[in-house]
Design a protein around this ligand. Structure first.
Ligand code: ADE
Ligand code: ZN
Length: 355
C-alpha cells in the first residue's frame, strides 16, 4: 500500500507551544457534543471484533489499516468509516465500543457526552435497534455508575439516503424514542441539502426530540440556513463555512446557535490546510457560541482533549478563551438546567483553584 500522504501523524503539533498547561486543558470540566460513536472504533478494537465475529478484513495488520487513514475529503473518509463499522455485530460489540469511548472521554474531563450513532449503517446490514440500543444503554449505565459521566444519544440520519428512508428509520426506532435525546443529520454533505429531511425532523420535534444537523463542513452557507429553516436545527455541527456569509454569522450569533466544531477532523479531511488557519477563534471573537469536539477520534488522531490542546497551540489561545470554549460546551448541552449548573459550578471551581 502506498505511504499515506496526509495521515494524522503527518500533522505533528505546531512547534509554537501554547502557554497554557496541557494538564489544565485536559482536566477542565467540559462537554462533548459532536462525536460519532462509530468513529471511535480504534484499529485495535476493530481487529479484535473482526476476529470475534469471524469477519475477513482487507487489511493484513493494524498498521496496514492505519496506513489507509489518509483522507483527501469527507467522502474518502466515509468510505473507510462505513467499512470499519461492519465489524460491529452483537450487543457486546456495541457495549465495548461505547465503554471504550466513555472511559476516554472521562479521562479528558468530559462531564456530559451527547453521542451520535448511525442506525441505518447497522439496520441495512440486518443488525436491529434491539441489538445496538441494548449495547449502548448497558455501557452508558455502567459508565455513569463508575465515573458519573452523563450521556445522551442522538440518532443521525444518513443524508446520502432519502428523506423517506429517514422517516422509515424514525418509525422503526419508535420503541427507543425514550432512550434518545435527539436526532441529527450526517454523511456526505455536498449535493445532499437539508430540505429533503424536513419531514423526519418535524416528526422528531412532535415526539419531543432535540434537533441538530451537520452543515457547512464542506457544503455552502445555504445548507446552514437550510438546516435552521427547514429542520429547526438547534445546534450546527461544524459550521466552518458560515464565515462566508456575514448575515448568517449575525443570525447565528443573535440566536446563540452553538457551532460544534471539530478542528482535527477539519485538518484530516482537508477542510483546512493548517490548524493555524482554522476560523474557530475568529468566530469565537465575533460572539458565536463555538465549541470544540472530536468528530471521529479513532480516525482523526485525537480525542476531545487532544482537539483542545492542539487548537490552543495552533491558535495561541489564551486561558480565558479555552475556558470560554469549555463553558460554551456545557451551556450548549441538551441536559436539564440543574445538571448544567452543577457542571458550570465545577468549571468555575476548577478555574479558581488553578488560577
Ligand atoms: N459521519 C461521521 N463523521 C462525519 C463527518 N465528519 N461529516 C459527516 N458525516 C459524518
Ligand atoms: Zn460529524
Amino acid at each position: 500500500m502506498a505511504a499515506p500522504s496526509h495521515s494524522p501523524s503527518s500533522h505533528s503539533p505546531a512547534s509554537s507551544s501554547s502557554s497554557i498547561d496541557e494538564g489544565f486543558i485536559r482536566a477542565l470540566p467540559k462537554a462533548e457534543l459532536h462525536m460519532h460513536i462509530e468513529g471511535s472504533l480504534e484499529p485495535e478494537l476493530l481487529f479484535a471484533l473482526a476476529q470475534r465475529n469471524d469477519i475477513a478484513l482487507p487489511y493484513d495488520s493494524i498498521e496496514d489499516l492505519r496506513s489507509a487513514y489518509s483522507f483527501t475529503d469527507l467522502q474518502s473518509f466515509l468510505d473507510i468509516y462505513y467499512q470499519g463499522a461492519s465489524v460491529l455485530q452483537t450487543e457486546d460489540d456495541f457495549a465495548d465500543l461505547m465503554s471504550a469511548y466513555l472511559t476516554r472521554a472521562h479521562a479528558d474531563g468530559v462531564r456530559r457526552a451527547e453521542v451520535f450513532f448511525d442506525p441505518q449503517t447497522h439496520t441495512e446490514r440486518g443488525i436491529g435497534f434491539d441489538v445496538f440500543m441494548a449495547g449502548f444503554s448497558r455501557a452508558i449505565a455502567e459508565a455513569e455508575e463508575a465515573t458519573g459521566i452523563s450521556t445522551g444519544l442522538i440518532m443521525c440520519f444518513l443524508r446520502h439516503l432519502s428523506g423517506e428512508e429517514a422517516v422509515a428509520t424514525f418509525h422503526e426506532a419508535a420503541d427507543y424514542h425514550d432512550q434518545i435525546i435527539g436526532v441529527g443529520l450526517d454523511s456526505s454533505e455536498v449535493g445532499n441539502p437539508p430540505e429533503a429531511f424536513a419531514e423526519v425532523f418535524a416528526l422528531a420535534k412532535q415526539a419531543g426530540l432535540r434537533r441538530v444537523a451537520h452543515a457547512g463542513e464542506e457544503g455552502p452557507p445555504e445548507y446552514i440556513s437550510g438546516a435552521l429553516d427547514a429542520l429547526g436545527a438547534e445546534r450546527i455541527d461544524h459550521g466552518v463555512r458560515s464565515e462566508e456569509d456575514p448575515a448568517l454569522l449575525s443570525r447565528l450569533a443573535a440566536a446563540k446557535i452553538p457551532l460544534t466544531m471539530c478542528p482535527l477532523s477539519n485538518l484530516e479531511l482537508c477542510v483546512v490546510d493548517d490548524l493555524a488557519d482554522h476560523n474557530l477563534l475568529r468566530l469565537l471573537e465575533q460572539g458565536l457560541v463555538v465549541t470544540i469536539n472530536s468528530d471521529d477520534p479513532a480516525y482523526f488522531g485525537g480525542y476531545v482533549g487532544d482537539n483542545y490542546v492542539r487548537t490552543a497551540e495552533a491558535l495561541q489561545l489564551t486561558t480565558d478563551q479555552v475556558v470560554l470554549l469549555a463553558r460554551n460546551s456545557l451551556t450548549s448541552t441538551f441536559a436539564g438546567p440543574a445538571d448544567q449548573q452543577r457542571w458550570l459550578d465545577e468549571l468555575d471551581e476548577f478555574v479558581a483553584a488553578n488560577d
